[in-house]
Write a protein that binds this ligand. Structure first.
Ligand SMILES: NC(=O)c1ccc[n+]([C@@H]2O[C@H](COP(=O)([O-])OP(=O)(O)OC[C@H]3O[C@@H](n4cnc5c(N)ncnc54)[C@H](OP(=O)(O)O)[C@@H]3O)[C@@H](O)[C@H]2O)c1
Length: 255
């Protein structure tokens, strides 16, 4: 699938990896819906808004639309999809990138936090996928990309500081990729998961790890963006039902 003139929704695109993915898709010629909650900066340590991302894309010559969306709220997700279709007439690509972590041990995790981490990472992925599927099924093509994490696989406390709720949510997201790919392959829709091999330097990561020493080895989002562009171009006749790291996918496909 060529990305030029395709319509892509990127959740969690007000900052961080989502913003870089939105920019990458727009520079590849896609029309991009920038979806997240922030319309104004409420916390200086977490800069970025949906309109700032759109401004950056437009300044670089791309086409984008900001839509406020809380991925945990089914009504908000439905409105986001309706606005996408009203503006661009179709939906070809969904990147489920919105995510939150909670860096504390289970014994210090309030139920509300546990719920929130599950709701944003997992339920959000389910709700957004469910909402775009009728359109993709009608179109007989589409690509859904879920941003996962090595936290889903690793057990070493040194490499997985992001909390058990987050690891559980991302492991479930991986399983969701396999299940959904099996369900919608007959409609020519690809579903894949991708996770960074090395920590990606984003506003969200710096919020939790403000110490420069712990940011050693962090990388730019570039490799993840290349992988998302590759997966965005798939339908069910290509790569589907996979979950890999950006390093693996880059090696396998020469990205
Ligand atoms: N950075 C890494 O090293 C790394 C590693 C593995 C996996 N990941 C995954 O990559 C994705 C992006 O991470 P990041 O590091 O870029 O994080 P980030 O800088 O904290 O950005 C997270 C994004 O998610 C959005 N978001 C949070 N709750 C939301 C909600 N309820 N509805 C809609 N959007 C919501 C935020 O926007 P608003 O606050 O404006 O809503 C923000 O745009 C996440 O899924 C994360 O788990 C990142």
């Amino acid at each position: 699938m060529e990305l030029k003139n395709k319509v892509a929704i990127v959740t969690g695109a007000s900052r961080g990896l989502g913003k870089a993915i939105a920019m990458g898709l727009a520079m590849a010629g896609a029309r991009v819906v920038v979806a997240a909650r922030s319309e104004v900066v409420k916390d200086k340590k977490l800069p970025g808004t949906i309109s700032k991302t759109v401004e950056a894309i437009e300044a670089a010559g791309g086409v984008a639309m900001a839509v406020r969306c809380d991925v945990t709220d089914e009504g908000s997700v439905r409105t986001m999809v309706e606005r996408t279709i009203a503006a661009f007439g179709r939906i070809d690509i969904l990147v489920n990138n919105a995510g939150v972590a909670f860096y504390y041990p289970v014994v210090e995790t309030p139920l509300l936090r546990w719920d929130l981490v599950l709701k944003v990472n997992l339920h959000g992925t389910f709700l957004c996928s469910k909402a775009v599927l009728p359109t993709m099924i009608d179109q007989k093509s589409g690509s859904i990309i879920n941003i996962s994490s090595l936290a889903a696989d690793e057990r070493d406390e040194g490499t997985v500081p992001t909390g058990v709720a987050y690891a559980v949510a991302k492991a479930a997201v991986d399983r969701f990729c396999y299940g959904l790919a099996t369900e919608v392959g007959c409609h020519n829709i690809a579903v894949n998961g991708i996770k960074p091999k090395a920590p990606v330097d984003t506003e969200g990561m710096r919020y939790w790890e403000p110490d420069e020493k712990t940011t050693e080895g962090w990388v730019s989002p570039d490799k993840m963006v290349k992988c998302v562009l590759f997966l965005a171009a798939q339908d069910a006749s290509g790569v589907t039902g996979t979950v890999s790291t950006d390093e693996e996918l880059s090696k396998w496909h020469g990205l």
